[in-house]
Ligand binder design. Structure first.
Ligand code: ADP
Ligand code: ASP
Ligand code: MG
Length: 415
């Protein structure tokens, strides 16, 4: 007998009928003799609805109270699923993150799981119950409810699987696996049978929201066997594995898109040592993650610094940049909100020259302006205007022929 963790996302839990469907899938796995822990998201749209309510009542709601509010969506779906299971003769019990000692650190709305005290889960499994757990939430050291960032139920599931040493963690969602690009944006995107941890981590970080990036970090660190599958089919989905064999590897695995980015430009800073540290230290102290950074000497001998960040942090980052700007008598701060980041990801690009040139050409020859570039060994990212994202995704996917079986890829690996 093995222990399996299932995770069901918002669309999968989106209505009473869909919750019943999930219950039948969970019951079928239980009937095969497995122990089952199920982590659930809120019903589709619920987290957005609750977040909007917070901003309707107050322009700047306290993050602690936002967490109190938005964590409730998962409590609704967890209890409904437990009821649906009991109704078909499979005793189940639901717990919140707090009830199973899911302890977190860090800021509200982007807390990180530190420990899970799963004794209650183990006890209920021993009694033969199916255990349902609310995703997306935990408890900080002071006893406040926290949430793990959008898409955080994936991370809850993998963390629970890691602690319970589960034999498998299956992420059930509304697509049947990980694709070379978001199949909603690129119709001929190809489903991948396997993706390595490192590639998946990079893709998730760069916008492939099919998995929250931290869930992949946990899977890698704790060796959790992880699969992405569809709630609505029996397709085996995509396995996230330690490594892809050379036969299966390609230069590029996928193209990703991160919307809702913003860019802050701090103009004409004194060109002296320590100035960048001053800005980024102040921004980091506010809990803001900065992404791309460009630092240039301008025509007047001063320094211009531009950086990008998620749009949710723009208010606090802008105010912080203005403060530093005044402190050091810089010229001013400008903000751009209509930008997004497209990236190509692939382990193989380390040994393949010309990927960057091809990427820039694909964008340039389609009239798409590149505003910033950042690279690592396994990815190249470009900041572009939001209006260009759909075209950019398609032309990049096309240029690198990601929809076709790769030349050196093993046909067997293509789904
Ligand atoms: P859930 O609510 O089940 O957690 P999400 O909306 O968070 O589902 O993630 C699934 C979505 O991720 C898909 O509907 C798809 O549009 C999007 N997506 C983005 N990039 C990819 C990719 N490379 N492969 C598959 N899906 C992707
Ligand atoms: N309900 C949360 C969200 O919409 C968490 C999740 O679905 O993973 O982001
Ligand atoms: Mg998700």
């Amino acid at each position: 007998m093995s222990l399996i963790v299932h995770k069901y996302g918002g669309t999968s839990m989106g209505s009473v009928e869909r919750i019943r469907q999930v219950a039948r899938r969970v019951a079928a796995a239980k009937d095969q003799g497995h122990d089952l822990v199920v982590v659930v998201s809120a019903m589709a749209g619920e987290t957005d609805r609750l977040t909007d309510l917070a901003y309707e009542i107050c322009a700047d709601p306290p993050a602690r109270e936002v967490d109190m509010l938005i964590s409730t969506g998962e409590q609704v779906s967890a209890s409904l699923l437990a009821m649906a299971l009991c109704d078909i003769g499979h005793p189940a019990i639901s717990f919140t993150g707090s009830q199973i000692g899911m302890l977190t650190v860090g800021h509200h709305r982007k807390a990180r799981i530190q420990e899970v005290h799963a004794e209650r889960v183990i006890e209920k499994l021993r009694q033969g119950l199916i255990v349902i757990i609310t995703g997306f939430q935990g408890l900080d050291v002071e006893g406040n409810i926290t949430t793990l960032g959008r898409g955080g139920s994936d991370t809850s599931a993998v963390a629970v699987a890691a602690v319970l040493k589960a034999d498998l963690c299956e992420i059930y969602t509304d697509v049947d696996g990980v694709y070379t690009a978001d199949p909603r944006l690129v119709p001929n995107a190809r489903k991948l049978k396997h993706v390595s941890h490192d590639t998946m981590l990079e893709m998730a970080t760069l916008g492939a929201k099919v998995l929250q990036s931290r869930s992949v970090e946990f899977a890698k660190k704790y060796h959790v066997p992880l699969a992405v599958r569809s709630t609505f089919s029996d397709d085996p989905g995509t396995l996230i594995v330690e490594e892809i064999s050379e036969m299966e590897s390609t230069v590029l695995t996928g193209v990703t898109l991160l919307r809702d980015q913003a860019r802050i430009n701090v103009l004409d800073l004194p060109n002296v040592p320590g100035i960048a540290a001053k800005i980024f230290k102040a921004v980091a102290e506010e809990g803001v993650n900065v992404d791309m950074i460009v630092l240039t000497e301008n025509n007047y001998g001063g320094t211009d610094i531009s950086f990008t960040l998620g749009i949710g942090d723009i208010k606090i980052a802008h105010a912080t940049a203005e403060r530093i700007c005044n402190d050091v008598s810089a010229k001013g701060v400008t903000v751009e909100k209509d930008v997004a980041k497209v990236s190509v990801v692939g382990i193989g690009m380390q040994s393949q020259p010309g990927v960057a040139a091809d990427l820039f050409d694909a964008l340039g020859s389609n009239g798409i302006n590149i505003e910033m570039i950042s690279t690592s060994e396994i990815k190249i990212s470009c900041l572009i205007k939001s209006k260009d994202v759909d075209l950019a995704m398609r032309v990049i996917h096309e240029r690198f022929k990601l929809g076709e079986d790769a030349v050196i890829a093993d046909k067997e690996t293509q789904a």
